[in-house]
Ligand binder design. Sequence first.
Ligand code: CO
Length: 134
Amino acid sequence: MLGRLNHVALAVPDLTTAVTAYRDTLGAEVTEPQALPEHGVTVVFVNVGNTKIELLEPLGEGSPIAAFLAKSPSGGMHHLCYEVDDILAARDQLKASGARVLGDGNPRIGAHGKPVLFLHPKDFFGTLIELEQS
Ligand code: CO
């Protein structure tokens, strides 16, 4: 089921500071910020060749990463995103295995314009997992 690691996501309190650190201090290639109001985040991708780093800053009220940053004010690893060939087949297989799919269980369109789902971190050793249709 599991394909490549598409990205590792970091929640950051300030995107400008994070972009400066990755672009200028680490010398990485970064994308322009992309506001995703339906996901409550502004996102920047850092291209590191074999995968990407997703930098997430809260956007608007009730951002899903606000609580995370309240607990970890300097930021931290928020989720891992794996690619799957068929997101609906993956969801059904996971649910049949007892894994919990967050939300209403229907994929939403993610930052790459592809369907995504999130899996409960308690089912995967404290790590929130995003699945993205490849
Ligand atoms: Co992500």
